[in-house]
Ligand binder design. Structure first.
Ligand SMILES: *[C@@H]1O[C@H](CO)[C@@H](O)[C@H](O)[C@H]1NC(C)=O
Ligand SMILES: *[C@@H]1O[C@H](CO)[C@@H](O)[C@H](O)[C@H]1NC(C)=O
Ligand SMILES: *[C@@H]1O[C@H](CO)[C@@H](O)[C@H](O)[C@H]1NC(C)=O
Length: 470
């Protein structure tokens, strides 16, 4: 009897325990599901809201079938231009990758803006849109005398002709002497630099712990230049200073006291020469002269050790020192509770009562057109035209130099804006394409960002075009 009762109660307890265990498992399972749901699914959804630009960028990349008067060249138009340049005898065009200074080759091409009156007739009284044209800049090293020519080519995309463009004031094409620096010319500079490197290996090794060629991981670079125009050199020749730097991250911040003045006058590369060499504050006419005086100990020598420790060297952008915050808390974020409040379509931004077109000119940089408020045009064009930088200093290459950045193409070098640094995290980033020193167009990622500004946010930028990340 006793044993019977105890067996029954024992079975009841076991049932009870089993039941409780299953309830517990069910609870744990529910809790896990909930945690996953809130932590992962909901938080990513929240993140989607914070940065919706990924999908917007894709929309932007879809180019309109019929671009507006202010729209930059589309992919199809670019292809048509290159095809036209290659098949028109008169241009005698050579591919940039194999061109020599005595060839005809492309510097850049971009939209050639229509006349304002024609554009206004189209926008305001519904006239036919003015024909879309491209401005093409060719270095005509093949001509005698060689020149820099600009053409208007159009209408796009079914091109039927071109015309030479000349400055209203100058009245003719620019002489070759004033051509912009190109990869084609830089190759010839490199060829001469090879000879310098060979002749002066000893000097470079002893002074800078590195050299330009066959240098493994201790190299010098010579990429940075300042043009010397006839205005400052006093001679009608093309002379260009190139400066040497240690080839480390942000080489611009690691100069050594070695520079070369190259003479790249005319279109015959075999005539290009070394005009002067600057070493440790002294001037030399030839490598032989410098080497002779160096070996006979009759000049001042300099010594710049090669930056050894990459992580510690000041110009590297690696994190170093004590990291903050000590606790792994994330930083505050600005959010767009309902998404962007502006729209971007075919190069036109619409925001509340405002609307405007924007483009990135390869040469002049960012430009806004047809800025309207409540549908009334208040500005036709608001655009960057030029960035002029005057340098002066004691070293020969900066003694007198007035650099007009548009000759180096402002839009082509506009890229690599960084999210959260140059623009807020929630900004919309746009890519731009350029046809520059290449018959295929290249893409500049993140060259423009659009965002609605919160008053208290400051924006900054720290980027050098010679070594930005893209
Ligand atoms: C633009 O205007 C100028 C001067 O007003 C004129 O010479 C030129 O032909 C016009 N260009 C076009 C494409 O209409
Ligand atoms: C152009 O220059 C290259 C090398 O600089 C030379 O080989 C070639 O003969 C030149 N062409 C003409 C037509 O002078
Ligand atoms: C352009 O791109 C095409 C395809 O990607 C390639 O075949 C061609 O060689 C390129 N041309 C130039 C000039 O780089």
């Amino acid at each position: 009897m006793v044993s019977d009762r105890s067996t029954t109660s024992c079975r009841r307890w076991r049932c009870c325990a089993l039941f409780l265990l299953s309830v517990l498992i069910a609870l744990v399972a529910t809790l896990t599901v909930l945690i996953i749901h809130y932590d992962i699914i909901l938080s990513t959804r929240k993140d989607d809201k914070i940065s919706p630009h990924a999908s917007l960028i894709d929309n932007m990349l879809e180019e309109p079938k019929i671009p507006s008067v202010f729209h930059d060249l589309t992919h199809d138009e670019t292809k048509a231009i290159v095809q036209y340049l290659l098949t028109t005898r008169e241009f005698n065009l050579q591919d940039n990758t194999i061109a020599k200074p005595n060839d005809s080759f492309l510097y850049f091409a971009e939209l050639y803006l229509p006349n304002k009156s024609a554009a206004l007739d189209h926008l305001d009284i519904g006239h036919k849109a003015p024909p879309r044209e491209a401005k093409v800049v060719l270095l005509r090293g093949d001509k005698s005398p060689p020149v820099v020519e600009e053409y208007a080519v159009g209408p796009l995309p079914q091109i039927i002709g071109h015309r030479l463009l000349v400055s209203k004031h100058y009245g003719k094409s620019a002489p070759y002497l004033y051509r912009p620096m190109t990869d084609v010319e830089y190759k010839e500079v490199q060829r001469l630099l090879r000879k310098i490197d060979k002749d002066l290996k000893l000097v470079l090794q002893e002074s800078y712990d590195s050299s330009f060629f066959d240098c493994e991981n201790k190299c010098l670079v010579m990429k940075y230049y300042t043009s010397v125009t006839p205005v400052s050199s006093g001679t009608n020749r093309r002379l260009i200073w190139f400066l040497a730097h240690h080839d480390v991250e942000y080489f611009m911040l690691n100069p050594v006291d070695f520079a070369v003045l190259f003479n790249t006058d005319g279109n015959d590369a075999s005539e290009y020469s070394i005009d002067r060499i600057w070493y440790a504050g002294q001037d030399f006419a030839t490598t032989d002269h410098l080497l002779f005086l160096y070996k006979t100990e009759s000049i001042t020598k300099s010594f710049f050790p090669f930056p050894e420790d990459e992580t510690e060297h000041f110009s590297y952008s690696t994190l170093r020192g004590t990291q903050f915050p000590f606790k792994n808390y994330r930083s505050p974020k600005e959010i767009l509770p309902d998404g962007q409040r502006f729209t971007v379509k075919d190069g036109r931004v619409t925001y509340m009562n405002w609307a405007f077109h924007f483009r990135m000119s390869s040469q002049n940089g960012p430009q806004l057109f047809d800025i309207r408020h409540n549908s009334n045009r208040i500005i036709y064009e608001l655009s960057l035209q030029e960035i002029a930088v005057f340098h002066s200093g004691y070293q020969p290459w900066v003694r007198f130099s007035n650099i007009l950045q548009s000759s180096r193409l402002i839009g082509v070098h506009s890229k690599s804006l960084i999210q959260g640094v140059d623009c807020p995290n929630y900004a919309l980033f746009l890519h731009y394409h350029h046809l520059h020193q290449n018959l295929n167009r290249s893409t500049n990622k993140n060259s423009v960002c659009i965002f609605e500004r919160l008053e208290w946010i400051s924006t900054k930028t720290a980027f050098h075009f010679l070594q930005g990340r893209s």
